[in-house]
Design a protein around this ligand. Structure first.
Ligand code: FES
Length: 256
């Protein structure tokens, strides 16, 4: 029995839900179209399982990203019924009888179907120097830099980011101004700024119109974050730091 026939027979035995999936090949298609697929509706299937079913059983040409299936790698972010979501953590049963519309993450160029271009995001992450910086010191691999639980707690929340880009897709500023550094990059910068082992200076990177001052504090980034990183809070906290540092720089004994 062929895969397609097998899938059709399974569909007659199990309740199904319709996924309306955006299909698009830039350069070949004039615009995205939505293709409907019926997939089994079970309590333990996430949207990603539905897409995998389509890819394996119904239409091998469908393109999408995923890796861990457990909310760790951050690669399965898509727009599900208009909201940026991790598809491995979004269950089909959440949407009643459906249909469920699945589109690529908004705010990013589409490479194909549900796969988006992430180079701009990766450049922004690297731009904030997301590593421990020690003044005039190489960090030997064998050296321990112990921290107290309180010192760890100061930045731990921001270290939970999985780079899924849902916050960028939800952010109205990033959609309008692609130069905006964006929620995850600024939260990541704060993760290192607040780390007691770090001695880096990221003020010039963040204290700009494209940095923290570009944020209008809509807060959609925090709502969309599947890991409760709260990038909106990170940005507002750094606005206070940047304002204080800017005032200090005006004083004779201030920042050099
Ligand atoms: Fe890794 Fe969803 S597949 S976060």
């Amino acid at each position: 029995m062929g895969k397609t026939q097998e899938a059709a027979e399974q569909a007659t035995r199990t309740p199904t839900i319709r996924l309306e999936v955006a299909r698009y090949r830039p350069g070949e298609d004039a615009e995205p179209v939505y293709q409907g697929y019926d997939v089994p509706l079970t309590d333990d299937w996430a949207v990603l399982d539905g897409l995998t079913y389509i890819k394996d059983r119904l239409d091998g040409t469908l393109s999408f990203r995923w890796s861990c299936r457990m909310g760790i790698c951050g690669s399965c972010g898509m727009t599900v019924n208009g909201e940026p979501r991790l598809t491995c953590g979004t269950f089909l049963t959440e949407f009643g009888e459906g249909p469920i519309r699945i589109e690529p993450l908004k705010g990013f160029p589409v490479i194909r179907d549900l796969v988006v271009e992430i180079d701009d995001f990766l450049d922004k992450l690297a731009h904030v120097r997301p590593w421990l910086i020690r003044e005039g010191e190489e960090l030997p691999l064998t050296t321990e830099y112990a921290q107290t639980p309180r010192q760890l707690e100061a930045y731990k929340q921001y270290s939970m980011c999985i780079n899924c880009m849902l916050c960028y897709s939800a952010c109205p500023v990033y959609v309008l101004n692609p130069d905006f550094l964006g929620p995850a990059a600024i939260a990541l910068a704060q993760r290192y700024n607040l780390d007691s082992r770090d001695q880096g200076d990221r003020l010039d990177l963040l204290n700009t119109d494209e940095g923290v001052w570009g944020c209008t504090f809509v807060g959609e980034c925090t709502s969309a974050c599947p890991k409760h990183v709260d990038p909106a809070e990170a940005i507002q906290r750094y606005k206070v730091t940047a304002a204080v540092e800017s005032v200090k720089a005006l004083l004779p004994w201030g920042r050099r």
